[in-house]
Design a protein around this ligand. Structure first.
Ligand code: PLP
Length: 415
């Protein structure tokens, strides 16, 4: 029997974790208000609570307009559709992200093209974007990953030079500022998620922000069965889906937005600072370099980087040991997306894949071509979800103790 919990020892983290989601009487009151108001849906858009929430959310994100919808995934699809992206157009996305950043293009019969990430930020590497641009490229979707920021100034300059759109995937970046301006205010149309795991949540939901009125109008129509605005039910101006968000969701989000900015972002910053300091003092572990360009830090997942070479123990064994100590964390939280789901099947002409890909696009060609994404995903990253940073310093310290204990006793993992 060893000292580590995974070899039979006592668990390092015995206490309670910070809970998620967070709510109190304010959410209860807001939900009851929505209930008693009786028109619960998103029609006609924007309904009253949703209108109020959208105005606040847009303002907090340096944007003129915000419009909500069913999820972060469809927010991305709606953004591309509003920019008229479709059949066989190419959309550049980072290799290391959630599958939705790429699949949003597939819904519209467009083709995602993967670009490797910068090892300092784990976000798309601007220096590798131009090599991926072809005559068919219509957009870039940078993702602000974890608590890090894509280099928006460089990305916007490349997009301008090649006359292509930018859609920021801000599913991890509510409240973040890059060089003094909000994530979600740089691109043409930008997307947020309110799914359960995100830093503000209504269980499900999504939003697009933009500074262009014409895009806002398109987003409303696309979300609202093709109707451009709040008007009679039978006038259809254009094509659209029914992807409206409900008033219940907006009611919860309005309270959550306030708490995120006033309480949760400052708490996470403080606890992450503590975490960084402790982790940097543990052999084989570190955090990503501090990014001075992030002028207001948010954060969905906080990433510790592990060096497999130092003790010759694979990352996944360390993650399993941390889990056994009571710390919920993940290794390959995201895999390079070309290795996931339908992507590796495309070249085979598999009927499981889509017509625009079948036998035409070989996603296996990205293997080895995105070495940073592969290396960090399969060997280096240890993702700790944001809720673990919403507690007291003592709770954060207990988590750091567990990291320390695993590395101190790493010899037990060699057997
Ligand atoms: C969660 C997430 C999405 C999709 O959001 P859903 O609301 O779950 O559809 C898109 N991109 C990234 C990076 C995400 O983490």
């Amino acid at each position: 029997m060893g000292k580590l919990a995974i070899t039979g020892g006592k668990k390092a983290y015995q206490g309670k974790f910070p809970g998620w989601p967070v709510w109190d009487k304010k959410e209860e009151k807001a939900l009851l208000e929505a209930l008693h108001k009786t028109d619960w849906g998103g029609y006609p858009p924007p309904n009253t609570i949703t209108k109020r929430f959208c105005a606040k959310f847009a303002k907090k994100h340096d944007s003129q307009y915000c419009f909500t919808n069913a999820s972060g995934t469809v927010a991305l699809m709606l953004a591309l559709k509003a920019l008229d992206i479709g059949w066989e157009d190419e959309v550049i996305v980072p290799a290391l992200t959630f599958v939705a950043t790429a699949s949003c293009a597939l819904y519209l019969d467009a083709i995602p093209v993967f670009v490797d990430v910068n090892p300092d930020t784990l976000c798309i590497d601007p220096d590798k974007i131009e090599a991926a641009i072809t005559r068919k490229t219509k957009a870039i979707i940078p993702v602000h990953l974890g608590a890090h920021a894509a280099e928006m100034d460089k990305i916007m300059a490349i997009a301008k030079k090649h006359n292509i759109y930018v859609v920021e995937d801000c599913a991890h970046a509510h409240g973040m500022k890059y060089k003094g301006k909000s994530a979600g205010a740089y691109g043409d149309i930008n997307c947020f998620s309110f799914q359960s795991s995100k830093v503000m949540t209504a269980g499900e939901g999504g939003a697009c922000t933009t500074n262009e009125e014409s895009y806002y109008d398109k987003l409303v129509a696309l979300t609202n069965a093709g109707r451009k605005g709040p008007r009679e039910g039978t006038k259809f101006d254009t094509f659209g889906w029914a992807l409206r968000m409900t008033e219940f969701q907006s009611a919860i989000l309005e309270v959550g937005l306030d708490r995120l900015f006033k309480v949760q972002m400052p708490t996470k910053q403080k606890n992450y600072k503590y975490f960084q300091k402790r982790i940097a003092g543990i052999p084989a572990l570190n955090t990503l370099p501090d990014d001075k360009n992030i002028t207001r830090k948010s954060g969905y997942g906080f990433i510790a980087m592990y060096d497999e070479g130092e003790f010759g123990v694979p990352r996944d064994k360390v993650v399993a040991a941390l889990n056994a100590e009571g710390v919920p964390c993940f290794g390959a939280f995201y895999e390079p997306v070309y290795n996931v789901g339908i992507f590796p099947l495309a070249q085979d002409g598999s009927p499981l894949t889509l017509r625009q890909l079948r036998g035409k696009v070989d996603y296996r060609k990205f293997r080895g071509a995105c070495p940073v994404s592969e290396n960090v995903a399969y060997h280096e990253t240890i993702w700790v979800l944001h809720r673990m940073f919403l507690g007291t310093e003592k709770q954060t310290a207990l988590m750091c103790d567990a990291f320390e204990k695993v590395i101190e006793n790493i010899a037990e993992l060699k057997k």
